[in-house]
Design a protein around this ligand. Structure first.
Ligand code: NAD
Ligand code: DAU
Length: 334
């Protein structure tokens, strides 16, 4: 298949691109704005694959999208601003990329009658105390990030209903694994633990997430691309739920860090308490998750431990300023 993968230089996108090139022999063009989260290094091991190209450009730029499309048969869109905490302090880029950018891609797909697979999140449903969200649960996003993702999902659905666009939506739960930018819980805690730095847990740390190893999400997206019914939404949840504090404790144990590094700091405003997805529908396409949480955390800790080439440039760049801005006062105030 010839694919245009938008946002393919980010965490999940790069894992997906690798899986499609190595497992399916697809020809992939990546269009990526290369924000702080998008990195050429994430794709360096597929850079020489036949047909592979990484184009620097934004999905909200119609001309860049038209140039990137070439003779692609399908668009898979990962491009987004993705960090909930940043959406609370700086929401503008979230509206621009997640909502307006999706609209530009939908228009390009509509003009060409193309297959379009949209990558979305369980956060569009909001928080759930008991049970699990299905694809027909109402959308009730809490954060600006989640609201822009829900808005994009509604736009995609409107193009399916109005123009018969052959689009599908994949809503994933919390991903973790190699190449994840260390602003997110698991890589932040792994790198901080390896460096003997504080481990900042929001509030009581009893918020629950439904953890999905990134290669499992990549394979679910592949199943939807290859076998998904046009117009349908597919939830993709991980095999295990776990409170944040327990995730951090497991990382402390695996890294040999001092448990006294764990610091409870002020909670995230509007923090969703629990996410949980029913994945029955995507399992009906033949998908099953392969990696349980304990094995996935062990693999993730090992990858970060062995990959200073990847995280050293990050920790000395924009990330350091973000970290000081976001955590500096909270940690020193304790
Ligand atoms: P990420 O932040 O690691 O990567 C996002 C990528 O998009 C980066 O390469 C970035 O440069 C690129 N990008 C940002 N703005 C762009 C623009 N305007 N034009 C082109 N490229 C742009 O994110 P991720 O964690 O890999 O998430 C990928 C997708 O999956 C997102 O749509 C996200 O909402 C969704 N998702 C993420 C998770 C998770 O746990 N990380 C779970 C479910 C769904
Ligand atoms: O659920 C899917 C979503 O998962 C994706 O759509 C988002 O793009 C992705 O960022 C992620 O959102 P979360 O807000 O759940 O992930 P994050 O890693 O930021 O936080 C996970 C949990 O850990 C959450 O309850 C907040 C908590 N947390 C996070 C950080 C960064 C802490 O306690 N301390 C921290 O320093």
């Amino acid at each position: 298949m010839r694919l245009l993968v938008c946002g393919g230089a980010g965490f999940i996108g790069s894992n997906f691109v690798r899986a499609r090139i190595e497992g399916h022999g697809d020809e992939v063009v990546v269009l990526d704005k290369l924000t702080y989260a998008g990195r050429r290094e994430n794709l360096q091991d597929v850079a020489e694959a036949p047909g592979f190209r990484l184009l620097h450009g934004a999905i909200e730029d119609r001309e860049a999208v038209a140039r990137a499309l070439g003779d692609a048969e399908a668009i898979v869109n990962f491009a987004a601003e993705t960090h909930v905490d940043r959406s609370i302090t700086e929401p503008d880029a979230f509206v621009q990329t997640n909502w307006l950018g999706t609209h530009v891609l939908l228009e390009a797909a509509r003009e060409r009658g193309m297959r379009y697979v949209h990558i979305s999140t369980d956060e569009v449903y909001g928080s759930i105390d008991d049970g699990s969200f299905t694809e027909s649960s109402p959308l009730a996003p809490s954060s600006p990030y989640a609201a822009t993702k829900a808005g994009a999902d509604l736009l995609v659905s409107s193009y399916v209903h109005t123009y018969d666009l052959p689009a599908s939506i994949c809503r994933g739960s919390n991903n973790y694994g190699p190449y994840q930018y260390p602003e997110k819980l698991i890589p932040l805690m792994v790198l901080s633990a390896l460096h003997g730095e504080p481990l900042p847990v929001y509030g009581d740390g009893l918020q629950v997430r439904n953890w999905l190893y990134v290669t499992d999400f990549a394979s679910a997206i592949g199943h939807v691309l290859d076998h998904g019914v046009r117009g349908e939404v597919y939830n993709v949840g991980g095999p295990d739920e776990c409170p944040n504090l327990e995730v951090v404790e497991r990382i402390v144990e695996l890294t040999g860090a001092d448990p006294a590094l764990i610091e409870h700091i002020r909670d995230r405003p509007g923090h969703d308490r629990r996410y949980s997805l029913s994945s029955e529908k995507v399992r009906g396409l033949g998908w099953e998750p392969q990696v349980r949480l304990q094995q996935g955390i062990e693999q993730t800790v090992a990858w970060y431990r062995d990959s200073p080439w990847w995280w050293e440039p990050i920790r000395s760049g924009e990330y350091r300023q973000y970290y000081e801005r976001h955590y500096g006062r909270a940690l020193s105030a304790d």
